[in-house]
Design a protein. Structure first.
Length: 227
């Protein structure tokens, strides 16, 4: 998949047609998602969520979730994890960096999600992060960080389009406490240094209101900002 994504990064910047760009962005994301699925199948037992762990997580979830809903507000995510740790210790085998990214009291990304979480979504986030944790244990730090970025993108891009509109992207970045106006102009200004090394990421031939931000560009942001 790496060979395809390297080729598509260059191809994307050379194309001026927005629909073709959207198609490439979708294919790029699909390659990454396929890799993630393949690695999930290969996970050693030490990097999986045991059945009784998932059952215990579900029971604590029911106690902490919103009373009249099956979902949990981001403001309750830290309480949920604290209650689980009190009762069972935290036995989801995430590496420290992956865990802190999720639930650190000050910068944990789950605490800043723009909408309520479903239990199935939390488990999917854990499962993606377990692949990142495994890759890190194998010495693949860069790949682990890329898969962490993919975890958050997959949550927000539920239709796997591989790209977001400026408004969607601006909302997405609030997870990481990056506040920008939902315009291509402001996105270019915020990530100007990165764009100097990615000439053609945004095309002058495409109207700003029609333009997109693709998964691969966010992947680079995640790495550059050490998110």
């Amino acid at each position: 998949y790496m060979g395809y994504t390297k080729k598509s990064r260059t191809q994307f910047r050379e194309i001026k047609d927005i629909e073709e760009r959207k198609s490439i962005a979708k294919q790029e994301l699909g390659q990454w998602q396929q890799y993630l699925l393949e690695r999930q199948k290969e996970l050693p037992e030490d990097f999986t969520i045991r059945e009784n762990t998932q059952m215990n997580l579900k029971n604590v979830w029911k106690m902490v979730k919103d009373r009249y809903s099956s979902e949990m507000s981001p403001s309750s995510v830290l309480e949920f994890h604290n209650e689980y740790i009190k009762a069972f210790k935290f036995d989801v085998p995430l590496d420290p960096k992956c865990l802190l990214q999720l639930i650190h009291p000050h910068y944990g990304y789950l605490l800043h999600f723009p909408e309520n979480l479903k239990f199935s979504e939390l488990i999917a986030i854990y499962e993606s992060k377990l692949v990142a944790s495994w890759e890190r244990s194998l010495g693949q730090d860069l790949l682990a960080n890329e898969l962490s970025a993919l975890t958050y993108w997959n949550y927000f891009d539920k239709n796997s389009r591989g790209c977001l509109t400026p408004l969607e992207f601006s909302k997405f970045l609030t997870i990481f406490r990056i506040g920008i106006h939902p315009t291509i102009k402001d996105i270019k200004k915020e990530f100007n240094f990165l764009l100097q090394h990615n000439q053609g990421e945004f095309s002058r031939d495409i109207a700003e209101e029609d333009d997109i931000i693709r998964w691969d560009f966010f992947r680079q942001i995640f790495l550059e900002r050490n998110l």
